[in-house]
Design a protein around this ligand. Structure first.
Ligand code: AMP
Length: 280
């Protein structure tokens, strides 16, 4: 497996693959890989001729008081996992290469980033779209794989890709969970045993809401109230029921909706969600 650190090397490798008629699949991550990331890499290996994993803890998507410095970094182990899954290359630029002195260009998707995590983390999505645009320009993928775990992020990336004509197919894959339902996340490592137990109420509350939806409940307030009640053990940041593409609140459950939550458990901020498609 090839490991590359600059956009120049990365692009040269990708041009070679494309020249040989191969499709390139791409899985962008911040490393500290777990089964969620592995599910994306497996899908990539299955579908594309060659697979590229990027590992980059992107400083522009962290706010000033967030966990950039303590974010887990496990580069060697991540490379071993990627190789075992069958990825062909790892792209791991460093922050100074990505954002050299004098860096001044940002990509921002409007409206879809106003609510949910965008409201709580005002510069987060601008950092995400900027880095993904840069990664797309280096990796030149045919397809890129994202997790529903970050459903708003996937919607924002889909919109950016469409609006800026990147010509990359965006594939969104389901959330991989622990046995008690907790969505896998590199940040779960921060939780103490007691916090870890409380954290499971996020998915429990969402699954309960899913049942309400399946049983025909269509009134957002009743669903949101039930989720809030189910999450009384943690410090809620938001519980929102929105249109799954526009990220705007719905007055009634119709079409495909996203029920998304964020909460603080101790010092750790966790997110989770479910999607539901109401039959017309
Ligand atoms: P991260 O390294 O946390 O930035 O995540 C990289 C990619 O992995 C994103 O597309 C995430 O949505 C995805 N991902 C993270 N956790 C999970 C999970 N539990 N299940 C599925 N995908 C995930």
């Amino acid at each position: 497996m090839k490991v590359m650190h600059t956009a120049k090397e990365m692009r040269a490798w990708s041009f070679e693959q494309r020249g040989a008629g191969k499709t390139i699949g791409f899985v962008p991550t911040m490393g500290a890989l777990h089964e969620g990331h592995i599910s994306l890499m497996r899908a990539c290996v299955e579908r594309d001729d060659v697979g590229v994993l990027s590992i980059f803890v992107n400083p522009t998507q962290f706010g000033p008081n967030e966990d950039l410095d303590k974010y887990p970094r496990t580069f060697e182990a991540d490379c071993r996992i990627a190789e075992d899954v069958g990825m062909d290359a790892v792209y791991a630029p460093d922050a100074r290469t990505m954002y050299p002195e004098g860096y001044a260009t940002y990509v921002a998707v409007e409206r879809l980033t106003d609510r949910l995590c965008g409201a709580a983390r005002p510069t987060h999505f601008r950092g995400v779209t900027t880095v993904v645009a840069k990664l797309f320009n280096a990796v030149l993928p045919d397809r890129a794989y994202f997790g529903q775990k970050d459903a708003q992020q996937a919607a924002v990336i889909r919109r950016m890709t469409r609006d800026l004509d990147f010509g990359v197919e965006i594939v969104e894959l389901p959330i991989v969970r622990e046995s008690d339902g907790l969505a896998m996340s590199s940040r779960n490592k921060y939780l103490s045993a007691e916090e870890r137990q409380r954290a499971s109420c996020l998915s429990r509350a969402l699954f309960q809401a899913q049942e309400m939806l399946e049983n025909g409940e269509r009134e957002p307030k009743r669903i949101i109230d039930a989720v809030r009640q189910g999450m009384c053990e943690v410090d809620i940041d938001y519980v929102e029921l929105v249109d799954a593409e526009e990220m705007t609140p719905v007055e009634r459950v119709e079409g495909t909706v996203l029920l998304a939550v964020a909460a603080r458990v101790g010092e750790t901020r966790l997110i989770d969600n479910i999607k539901f498609s109401a039959k017309a």
